[in-house]
Design a protein around this ligand. Structure first.
Ligand code: PLP
Length: 384
């Protein structure tokens, strides 16, 4: 039997989990006003950086007394800067349910060597937030990009916690509601839900995090790139656009363009609705088939950005080879790029559903997934 190709193709086949698809209205020419070749400390550059901070605050609803800084090295830079600057003052709990969270565990245990309890869950599961001791400093990932498992909400985090919450929200920010009053440190990169460039990270600090920074000096050396205080005081300039080192003004302009798009379509509610509609289209597709399922075991923890899927058909002989072959077929047809599961994750597919992805493109891609699955089942039978 030869399987027919579906009649339509997605207009944009980019479903990568980072860098993610650019906003639908993106065009390179729209970056022409970037102040290139000028100092980032000149008023034109500083104004752009401040604008990026304040429009991020407005869009995400970050409280007025929280600091927002643009820092080096994308989300990794922001998370590690927070860990190196804040941890060690009290016991820590390192929580992981996928690869990136596991990376932060390694940082704390093997590099910083702090007193830390490690709480881990397998891919598809989550550590029960109610079982965590929030009087310790807790480092966790809001949305596990490589497992498609997210925090259902922040209800388990007590308002009167003694520890700090350090939250890697890079694949959640702009697509999922973040309870700011429960988060002391929040980080993300422009390259995820906003479809920006990866050069810089965003570091958001609560007043309690600032208090820790100003009252505690970690015992380990801090490279210049991580230093948030000087003489025991917060370097306020970092949070008004005076970056520690030189930023890419082209990347900044690109982020401002993405912010404009987000503002024009209706802000955070519209961004979240787009991600929800994208993910729902995939969930509906899976619910109607008995050969594919969400990797997230509990529907309350299913990600609406990094949707991770597993093949469940008993005819599949080699899960990893099968998933790879399906991904290759989709890529070769030019209908879904970069949808392979993360290298450390269980075999399957990961389809980015963040706000910059059009639901029509998800809907046009899914019949191809049907096609690629059946084509591969046939190929496997022929080879047997
Ligand atoms: C949860 C999480 N944390 C950290 C990172 C690393 O981000 P970056 O490469 O922007 O530093 C990623 C990238 O996908 C991620 O998904």
């Amino acid at each position: 039997m030869t399987l027919d190709h579906p009649a339509t193709r997605p207009a944009n086949p980019r479903f990568s989990s980072g860098p993610c698809a650019k906003p639908p209205t993106f065009a390179l020419e729209k970056l022409a006003d970037a102040p290139l070749g000028r100092s980032h400390r000149a008023s034109v550059g500083k104004a752009r950086l401040k604008d990026a901070i304040e429009r991020t605050r407005a869009l995400l609803g970050v409280p007025a007394d929280y600091r927002i800084g643009i820092v080096p090295a994308s989300d990794t830079g922001a998370v590690e800067m927070a860990m190196w600057s804040l941890l060690g003052a009290r016991k820590a709990t390192m929580v992981a349910w996928e690869s990136f969270g596991a990376g932060w565990v390694t940082d704390a245990v093997k590099q910083l060597k702090i007193d830390a309890e490690v709480r881990a869950a397998d891919y598809g599961d989550i550590v029960d937030p109610a079982s965590i001791d929030w009087n310790t400093d807790v480092v966790f990932t809001w949305n596990g990009t490589t497992s498609g498992v997210r925090m259902p909400n922040g209800d388990a985090i007590p308002a009167d916690r003694e520890g700090l919450t350090i939250c890697d929200a890079t694949s959640a920010a702009f697509a999922q509601a973040l309870p700011w009053e429960k988060l002391d440190v929040t980080t993300f990169s422009w390259q995820k839900v906003m479809g920006g460039e990866a050069a810089h990270g965003m570091l958001i600090l609560s007043p309690r995090a600032v208090e820790r920074l100003e009252s505690y000096t970690p015992p380990w050396p801090l490279p210049k790139i991580f230093r948030l205080t000087k003489g025991g005081k917060l370097i306020e300039g970092i949070f008004s656009g005076e970056t520690i080192n030189t930023p890419s003004m082209l990347a900044v302009e690109d982020y401002l363009l993405a912010l404009s798009w987000a503002e024009e379509i209706g802000g955070l509610p519209a961004l979240m609705a787009r991600a929800n509609a994208n993910a729902q289209a995939i969930w509906d597709f899976c619910a109607a088939r008995d050969w594919i399922d969400n990797l997230a075991a509990d529907p309350a923890t299913r990600s609406n950005t990094s949707v991770c899927l597993k093949f469940t058909d008993p005819r599949i002989a080699d899960g990893a080879a099968f998933a790879k072959a399906v991904q290759k077929r989709l890529e070769a047809e030019g209908v879904a790029l970069d949808v392979g599961a993360y290298r450390d994750a269980p075999p399957g597919l990961r389809i980015w559903c963040g706000a910059t992805v059009e639901t029509a493109d998800i809907e046009a891609m899914l019949p191809w997934l049907d096609w690629a699955f059946h084509a591969e089942i046939e190929a496997q039978a022929r080879a047997a």
